[in-house]
Design a protein around this ligand. Structure first.
Ligand code: NAD
Ligand code: TDX
Length: 339
């Protein structure tokens, strides 16, 4: 079995590669990644010498490069993690999101059609459903909830999802889609809420909470997401969408306070800043379908996962300190300087 994992130098893709190489000793895993600001080769250093692994630096929008890789490797499965993934960046510069998230997906699927494939899996997000009101805790996103996006990021992901389903219906491409809630865990880029708050707290820097901090996200430990994708690509039904989430809703402010407590830092570091434009209020996934059809259940409780995550950031300071001391500093200044 040969699997191409796009975006495997990023947060979830790298965790997926580690999971697959450990579990399936005879699979060949090829990581195709452009190494944007979010991709880190150092993340993959432990598997670089693994004979079952290959890294290829390429853009999923580059048709020639993608076709060349398919000719060389003749993959059985493609799992597409490659994306521009940060909502705040999409509000600043939408175009690259359309390019990578939509055009890149089309190029990958065209190549799958040309060379033949057993499965094309699209890693999508719960953000395609828009948001839920805070005063209706009885409501959850199911796979049939209408797409109703808020940001350029989520719109580009929804556009890609529709294209994936169109390639299934029009060309019979054997596709699946997973729509997961917010992940957390090792190798999470420090522009996102949890790693940003951990890194800032460790450096005694202000903890910038948007608006009142009452927005709710449904957090899942990254390994549980990887296990869900593993199940879907092996046992999921072609043409289907699977929601992935662990019923773990938390307000942003409570997450930030918890991080302060775990690190022994004062809550006086918390600074309320200008809200995100179009900020989604609440995400909440109903994972009944993947549980009933594929037997998936989350294994890591948030209380344990957040401790493991914080420990990882303490033990791997070099990984994130290199990021926060480099080009990322300009981004931080631009996004938070006058907020
Ligand atoms: P990330 O930003 O950490 O990683 C993205 C990776 O894709 C990077 O390695 C980057 O170099 C690569 N990439 C970007 N553009 C590329 C291109 N044109 N060609 C090749 N590679 C390219 O993202 P992540 O958080 O790991 O998210 C992975 C996927 O999961 C995304 O599709 C995202 O929409 C989805 N998702 C993320 C979450 C979450 O909480 N992080 C939740 C649900 C779904
Ligand atoms: O500095 C911050 N302060 C703050 O209050 C940041 C970076 C975020 N927030 C808030 C905004 C959100 O309500 O925290 C919440 C989480 O923010 P992000 O980490 O940026 O995640 P989110 O916008 O929820 O999107 C994430 O989950 C779904 C991923 O980045 C997406 O790729 C995924 O699809």
């Amino acid at each position: 079995m040969t699997i191409i994992v796009t975006g495997g130098a990023g947060f979830i893709g790298s965790n997926f590669i580690f999971h697959m190489l450990k579990k399936y000793r005879d699979y060949r895993i090829i990581c195709l990644d452009k190494l944007t600001y979010a991709g880190n080769l150092s993340t993959l250093k432990d598997v670089m010498d693994n004979p079952h692994f290959r890294f290829v630096k390429a853009d999923i929008c580059d048709r020639n490069a993608v076709e060349k890789l398919f000719e060389e490797e003749k993959p059985n499965i493609v799992v597409n993690f490659a994306a521009e993934s940060h909502v705040d960046r999409s509000i600043e510069t939408p175009e690259i999101f359309l390019q990578t998230n939509i055009i890149g997906t089309a190029v990958l699927m065209d190549t799958c059609r040309k060379y033949g494939i057993q499965r094309y899996h699209q890693v999508s997000t719960d953000e395609v459903y828009g948001d839920l009101p805070l005063d209706r805790p009885d409501l959850f996103f199911t796979e049939t909830t209408p797409l109703h996006t808020s940001s350029p990021y989520s719109s580009s992901k929804a556009g890609a999802d529709l294209l994936v389903l169109a390639y299934y219906r029009t060309y019979g491409l054997p596709v699946t889609i997973s729509r997961c809630s917010n992940n957390y865990g090792p190798y999470h880029f420090p522009e996102k809420l949890i790693p940003l708050m951990i890194a800032n707290a460790l450096n005694d820097k202000p903890l910038p909470v948007y608006g009142e901090g009452i927005n709710v996200r449904d957090w899942l430990y990254v390994e549980d997401h990887c296990k869900a994708i593993d199940l879907i690509i092996h046992n999921g039904n072609v043409g289907e969408v699977y929601n992935v989430g662990g019923h773990n809703e938390m307000r942003n402010i409570d997450i930030v306070k918890l991080i302060c407590k775990e690190l022994g830092k004062s809550e006086s570091l918390i600074t309320f800043v200008k809200d995100r434009k179009g900020h989604d209020m609440r995400y909440a996934i109903d994972p009944t379908k993947i549980h009933q059809e594929l037997g998936w259940l989350p294994e890591t409780k948030f209380q344990d996962g957040i401790k493991k995550t914080i420990r990882w950031y303490l033990e791997n300071r070099q990984w994130w300190e290199e990021i926060v001391s480099g080009e990322y500093r300009n981004y931080y200044e631009k996004m938070y300087g006058n907020r």
